[in-house]
Design a protein around this ligand. Sequence first.
Ligand SMILES: CC(C)(COP(=O)(O)OP(=O)(O)OC[C@H]1O[C@@H](n2cnc3c(N)ncnc32)[C@H](O)[C@@H]1OP(=O)(O)O)[C@@H](O)C(=O)NCCC(=O)NCCS
Length: 169
Amino acid sequence: MTPLATTPRLASPTTLVRDSYIAGEHADMLHRGADTAWLSDARADFAQFVDDRRGIRERWGVPSEVFWFTADEHYIGSLVLRHRLGADDLGGHIGYHVVRPWQGQGHATAMLGHGLAKAHSIGLDRVLMTVAQDNPASQRVIAHHHGAEDGTNSDGQLRFWIDISLNES
Ligand SMILES: CC(C)(COP(=O)(O)OP(=O)(O)OC[C@H]1O[C@@H](n2cnc3c(N)ncnc32)[C@H](O)[C@@H]1OP(=O)(O)O)[C@@H](O)C(=O)NCCC(=O)NCCS
């Protein structure tokens, strides 16, 4: 575990974490057996790669934002906030991941807390999260934020509603 000199923050993608982003996502993709070809764009022109990910964009048919959880030059993970649910509710409002080198240190729990604050700032009072039944780590993260289970979606994923007011300190 690398000790962090500053508390991680959730903000728009930034060029400050170039090497850490590429290393972290690459390690993560290899662990999942996933394709790493998409990272060649990041290696070739990271400033453009970052620019393509900043701001509110139409993704999955709805306005959405990508945020990165970072501490100084360290990239820890990503969070996507969909401003509203699409025609189906498959992805929910928020999706996230923490890259492997940083897992198991409470970062997803902290990152989701910041994501809920961002959801509140765009007027959402509650968010839907959808999670695979065989993903106990993510279910645990959602439980830390008082997620209330609400059946399954058409993909068989568990649905949880998080009331943001329950998470305000
Ligand atoms: C799920 C994920 C975001 C968790 O990130 P993380 O930074 O390791 O999460 P945290 O450290 O904040 O908390 C993980 C919790 O899960 C628990 N956990 C981890 N593995 C577990 C397992 N196999 N079974 C049960 N609980 C588990 C941890 O003990 C911790 O709970 P605790 O705080 O009560 O001790 C990360 O594993 C990940 O990115 N996975 C791949 C992508 C993904 O699944 N995204 C979520 C899609 S809904």
